[in-house]
Design a protein around this ligand. Structure first.
Ligand SMILES: [Zn+2]
Length: 136
């Protein structure tokens, strides 16, 4: 993913041009602590423009440049933001589109040595009801 900010409100209008592939464990822990979002929901939340998720992403990207912004003060001018998948992501997306559903039907996996239904054995016969009965 490519994240560009034309005029960063946290950096006196500086310009950013980040390439973001994936967060590290420490970054994920920080994101979860700040937003309660897991790695799985983080992506969706950013797609939906969730403000906490956006702030966490900006926090992460700035920290990669050793810029630490107080959490409550992370700001963004959405007009200055340009987020897009990078070339590799687009290639993967294109491949997924050209092969919808992947038509490789897997053969049914039936175990050859499936256990046959257990027939009744002498052990399954009910015990005599009076066997071992205790007198009340
Ligand atoms: Zn900045």
């Amino acid at each position: 993913m490519i994240v560009k900010i034309a005029r960063c409100r946290n950096c006196n209008g500086a310009q950013h041009n980040w390439i973001f592939d994936q967060p590290t464990l420490l970054e994920l822990r920080r994101i979860k602590k700040l937003t309660g979002l897991s790695a799985v929901t983080m992506g969706d939340a950013i797609d939906e423009g969730d403000p906490d998720a956006m702030a966490a992403l900006l926090d992460l990207l700035h920290r990669r440049q050793n810029i630490v912004i107080p959490w409550d003060e992370i700001d963004l001018d959405f007009d200055a933001l340009d987020m897009r998948p990078d070339a590799e992501d687009q290639e993967v997306a294109a491949q997924a589109e050209s092969n919808p559903g992947g038509k490789h039907a897997a053969p049914p996996t039936t175990p050859s040595g499936a256990p046959t239904e257990a027939g009744s054995t002498p052990w399954s016969a009910p015990m005599p009801s009076d066997f071992g009965a205790t007198s009340a």
